[in-house]
Write a protein that binds this ligand. Structure first.
Ligand code: NDP
Ligand code: 2IT
Length: 443
């Protein structure tokens, strides 16, 4: 069944290799479940769920600081609205094309369902590269991007947020432009600043959530995070707050990376050093190499951190950043837990290594769902026109991650007691959306 289905998906979506990869994983997980529950196959839920409800592609013209005209391409994939308005981030990165955004939008549908909150799935972005651009250039780009996007989104229709290359600065510029064009102050974006409708803990949420899921996974084997050595990739939003929470829990994060290389600090990236990283990455927008110069540790140009001996790994940069060999090295070195802050950071061959090795492997759909879950909490607060305290939001986030863990166990526990969190997340995420689609008829 998987083979024939995938042949059609590949034929219909040529060249979109990341989308094929994401769909194949889900279909492989679902196959036995669908055999036992024929109502979904009869209603062609799988065929429907891989077809976006709507794809919007548009021209984004802007001028750089020299007054030269620049043209980028903008996208929004409105994948599935069966259980709520489309919800998902915007990615600004030069590698962005339809195949990447469709994989992200597809995974978002299942991830959002797992949170238990009423959110459908979407994703968008542009091949715009914010690196090396001035604040004014980023603002002009964001304004032009939103000038088109604003007619397709809305607080009850589609609510974008951040992803790679889109953080507080970009959300601010886009929110300002939306408000100006529509004359509405609504919760149309999440990840907003605290003074204008944002939620406490949203910046922290993805990294905190990935750590909370890891803790829940460790608990199943009676292991405590204290003293555990952690390899973290990336040095952006997700990596930073993963390290913050790990440190709070007594674990020791020893690596960080960016697209140029990684640093290894065996002494641990403590709160003080993390403060330096945040200033380096979020304000000065420099390269991670500076960390090694400042704290006198090793820097590996052009390399990823998976060769460093660790107990836990938190891939928090981008898709396919752990290949088969990296996975084998991690397992061989005694890594017992992988919690994916990034979306689809492990290749299918790497996932196989983790599952064969029976380590605690939390796939992105489950592990990084804390970000969008807290976006959901931001939407709730916007609707209530109230703001919850830090403690309240963090407690809700923690409860959501515990529920996601329980769902993965419910649908992913195998006969020998091993929890296959990949199957658990895929089936657990699917059921709610599929049932909603059945109930809503042929749409
Ligand atoms: P940021 O833009 O804040 O940081 C991205 C980090 O990853 C940077 O260190 C960047 O390095 C590195 N990176 C990006 N692309 C590549 C690449 N092709 N090769 C090597 N390194 C790369 O993004 P986030 O931290 O928000 O996102 C990181 C991951 O987490 C992504 O997979 C995203 O989809 C996922 N995610 C994010 C959520 C959120 O709430 N922000 C929620 C759920 C998942 P450089 O600066 O050199 O490009
Ligand atoms: O991949 C993701 O879940 C995100 N980038 C966050 C999406 C959101 O709407 O907060």
């Amino acid at each position: 069944m998987v083979k024939e289905f995938m042949e059609k998906v590949i034929q219909k979506n040529p060249g979109e290799v990341e989308f094929h990869q994401a769909v194949r994983e889900v279909v492989e997980s679902l196959e036995p479940f669908l055999v036992k529950n024929p109502q979904y196959t009869k209603a062609k839920i799988l065929e429907r769920i891989v077809e976006p409800e709507r794809v919007i592609m548009f021209r984004v013209p802007w001028t750089n600081d020299k007054g030269e005209i620049q043209i980028n391409r903008g996208f929004r994939i409105q994948m599935n609205s069966a259980i709520g308005p489309y919800k998902g981030g915007l990615r600004f990165h030069p590698t962005v094309y339809l195949g990447i955004l469709k994989f992200l939008a597809f995974e978002q549908v299942f991830k959002n369902s797992l949170t238990g909150l009423p959110m459908g799935g979407g994703k968008g972005g542009s091949d715009f590269d914010p690196k090396g651009k001035s604040d004014n250039e980023v603002m002009r780009f964001c304004q032009s991007f939103m000038t088109e996007l604003c007619r397709h989104i809305g607080a009850d229709t589609d609510v974008p947020a951040g992803d790679i290359g889109v953080g507080g600065r970009e959300i601010g510029y886009m929110y300002g432009q939306y408000k100006r064009l529509r004359n509405e102050f609504t919760g149309v974006l999440t990840g907003k600043g605290l003074a204008w409708g944002g939620s406490l803990i949203r910046p922290e949420a993805t990294g905190y959530g990935a750590t909370f899921l890891a803790i829940e996974m460790l608990k199943t084997r009676n292991i405590s995070p204290a003293g555990k050595i952690c390899a973290v990739s990336g040095s952006g939003n997700v990596a930073q707050y993963t390290i913050e929470k790990l440190t709070q829990l007594g674990a020791k994060a020893v690596t960080l990376s960016d697209s140029n290389g990684f640093i290894h600090d065996p002494a641990g990236i403590d709160a003080k050093k993390l403060e330096f990283v945040m200033e380096l990455k979020n304000v000065r927008r420099g390269r991670i190499k500076e960390y090694a110069d400042k704290f006198n540790c090793d820097y590996y140009e052009g390399k990823r951190p998976w060769g460093i001996k660790c107990d836990m790994a938190f891939p928090s940069a981008t898709q396919n950043e752990i290949d088969k060999q990296d996975a084998e090295t991690l397992v061989k070195n005694g890594c017992m837990c992988v919690s994916e802050g990034a979306n689809m950071p492990s290749t299918p061959e790497a996932v196989e290594v983790f599952l064969k090795g029976k380590i605690l492997y939390g796939p992105g759909k489950a592990a990084n769902a804390g970000g969008v879950a807290t976006s959901g909490l931001e939407m709730s607060q916007n609707s209530l026109r109230l703001s919850w305290t830090r403690e309240e939001v963090e407690k809700r986030l923690q409860d959501i991650m515990i529920n996601i863990h329980d769902t993965c166990v419910k649908y992913g526990k195998e006969s020998d007691g091993f929890v296959n969190y990949v199957n658990g997340a895929n089936i657990g995420g699917f059921v709610k959306v599929a049932d909603a689609m059945l109930a809503q008829g042929l749409v």
